[in-house]
Design a protein around this ligand. Sequence first.
Ligand code: NAP
Length: 440
Amino acid sequence: MLQVAIIGSGPAGYYTAEALAESGHAVLVDVIDRLPTPFGLIRTGVAPDHQSIKNVTKRYDQTASRDDVRFVGNLSIGRDVSVAELLDLYDAVVLATGALQDRKLGIPGEDLAGVRGSADIVGWYNTHPDYVALTPELNTSDVVIIGNGNVAIDVARVLAKTEAEMEGSDISPKAKDAISRMPLRTIWIFGRRGPMDASFTPKELGEMGRLERAVPLVDKADLPPMDGDVDLEPKQRKVLAALRGFGDHSAQEKPVQVHFGFYARPVEILGDDRVDGVLMERTRVENGACIGTGEMFTVPCGLLISCIGYRSSAIEGVPFDERLGRFVNNDGFISDRLYAVGWARRGPTGTIGTNKPDGAEIAKRILNDVKPMDKPGRKGLDALIAKRQIRAVTFRDWQKIDAAERQAAEGENPRLKFARLDDMLDVVGTEAIETQQVKK
Ligand code: NAP
């Protein structure tokens, strides 16, 4: 039996587990997560009003329910057990830890109150236990969002939607309430390059045109003439079509205006104790690169959210590329029997589905590179968990948490998430504590 530990139970972790389990080889897989809840980005990254995207977890449920795949939650690598210890216990270890930290803008004023990264805001409205205690500075009418990716769109949409539009979501009630009380008037979404360089997907952009109280606006001068569309990729063409459908700056028909501003990058965040504006520089694009023109303008705001991508967190003893914000790896290979997959491997790009071929590739690599070495595997991990008195949880325990969250949901909402780890562990009951064993 080849025994593999996968650290991280998001899409990359579960697709890798699935590929290993279905390889036809004799493999036992433990999928480890620091939270008692599986599915990583699907639970706490995907927007709360995009429930259909979350349906992909049904596939991970199937993998998790196999006898040869086990979920070990509430076990933190670095705090409870080290990568070196896992390498002693298992034949191979895969880092599928995603990218949870915000990239920094690296400009003056970034530390002012009212400047937030998307990891904070998304974690907060998605009830991620690490972020639920945040109190984002929502007592403002003007928000600036930096970045032209889908996370920028998600954040703008969640802020702009009415409470009624968030029905059927699993947004944190605290966040929903705080957002509904915001005196919101204006959201600017700035891209440092042009509309054709934006990484929005047409579907997500199109949604911005169908909001109840918010109208998307774009300066038509930023959009290229239509006759150039034939040379564009289909996705770019659709993005441009969506932007062309948005109003111009004179449109005022809804109380909240969402401005898409292109060719502008932030150079300084302004304010004394708290952000009150951002100094922007107009840019032009040359050979795909953004070049500053020296022309400056100021945009007032009481909250600035940078949605400019994420970084993985370094793990002790594992080579980490600080510049790229991910583990040093060669096509997923880090060092003898240690691999990376998903965002931990390639950085924060691609869709959830991108992790499927990624996981399959890493599984294949492991099966080619590593031979079973009669390691302690599961039994060894269980002994370590018992010795250290860690309250690890199983997939069955998660199913209890899941059932309790679904039961607590109101109206059309699919679930009411637990905000505190202790509350989740209370639902799990005493079995895990008493036996100090992780059982399937
Ligand atoms: P992203 O798509 O890479 O977008 C990041 C944006 O930040 C880019 O517009 C980038 O501009 C800009 N940026 C980076 N550094 C900057 C700086 N210093 N100053 C100004 N702008 C800067 O990342 P993301 O939005 O975080 O999304 C991450 C991944 O998750 C993507 O693959 C995304 O598609 C996916 N996702 C998908 C969905 C969905 O399908 N519904 C939802 C959310 C996220 P440049 O292009 O000029 O670098």
